[in-house]
Design a binder for this molecule. Structure first.
Ligand code: NAP
Length: 241
């Protein structure tokens, strides 16, 4: 008998718009049941409706990655609704304020740094650690951290943004730490860069579509068991750390 529990389930954080929505759509299109993690009720419900209209088996999960209690409740919601979790895509991210030299390193606003780290780095730790008990029960669990080439110390690309870029550098480092810790388990952890994507994040100036940006995350979410671990990838292959 086929029950609800037989469908692989993926949680995408920040899935109500932009790259996260496209990742949810992409995973849904290949048969995943998608938990749409989003912090705002109406934006989340709207995204779930749009995904369902596109044929995706989606359900909403209230999720603010900066809230310990909220993240714990999200794990319970997924456990109760789907009974399993196979893929986690840590996509939610913010750039942080840039006005008044807030991200110029010489005038850096440390409150902006704290806010950006709380979402882009601590948020990933909160969500990952809350979801790991469920992921660990899956046969082919995958974790994808949506990073940025702006966090690459080798490339040093994009505008000077002394809160955002280091947040992604730390996320890359954390990705490596998780991959090392989970090396002897089926849990495969990698980071990706979506490229410069037209979304609210970039004021829709990016040159890539959200679907193009989502492709590498969908790929890493569906790696075979002998796939790479603890790496940083974009559509072109390995991104230097
Ligand atoms: P976006 O359109 O601004 O979407 C960001 C998503 O994250 C939204 O759903 C937002 O929810 C959510 N979010 C922010 N803070 C959150 C929180 N505390 N809890 C839960 N969700 C939260 O940006 P995007 O371009 O799709 O970016 C997605 C990811 O790609 C980010 O990690 C970003 O750093 C990365 N990235 C983007 C680009 C690019 O060119 N766009 C390039 C490299 C990397 P709300 O709607 O509620 O705000």
């Amino acid at each position: 008998m086929v029950g609800v529990n037989d469908t692989k389930t993926a949680l995408v954080t920040g899935a109500n718009k932009g790259i996260g929505f496209a990742i949810a759509q992409g995973l849904g299109a290949i048969g995943f049941r998608v938990a749409v993690g989003a912090r705002d009720d109406s934006r989340r419900e709207d995204a779930v409706e749009r995904l369902r209209a596109a044929g995706v088996d989606a359900f909403g999960v209230a999720l603010d990655v900066t809230s310990d209690d909220g993240v714990a409740a999200a794990a319970k919601t997924i456990e109760q609704t789907a009974g399993r979790l196979d893929v986690l895509v840590n996509n939610a991210g913010i750039s942080g304020r840039t006005d008044s030299g807030a991200q110029d390193p010489t005038t850096l606003d440390l409150d902006v740094v704290r806010a950006v780290l709380d979402t882009n780095v601590f948020g990933v730790v909160r969500v990952t650690n809350a979801m790991l008990p469920m992921l660990s029960r899956a046969s082919a669990p995958r974790i994808v951290n949506v990073s940025s080439n702006m966090g690459s110390l080798t490339l040093q690309t994009g505008p000077v943004m002394a809160a955002y870029a280091p947040s992604k550098t730390m996320l890359n480092s954390l990705t490596a730490q998780y991959a090392r810790r989970l090396a002897d388990t089926p849990v495969i952890v990698n980071a990706c860069c979506p490229g410069y994507v037209a979304s609210d994040f970039t004021g829709f100036n990016g040159i890539r579509t959200p679907e193009q940006g989502a492709a590498i995350a969908v790929h890493l979410a569906t790696l075979p068991d002998d796939g790479p671990r603890g790496g940083f990838f974009d559509d072109g292959g390995v991104v230097p750390w």
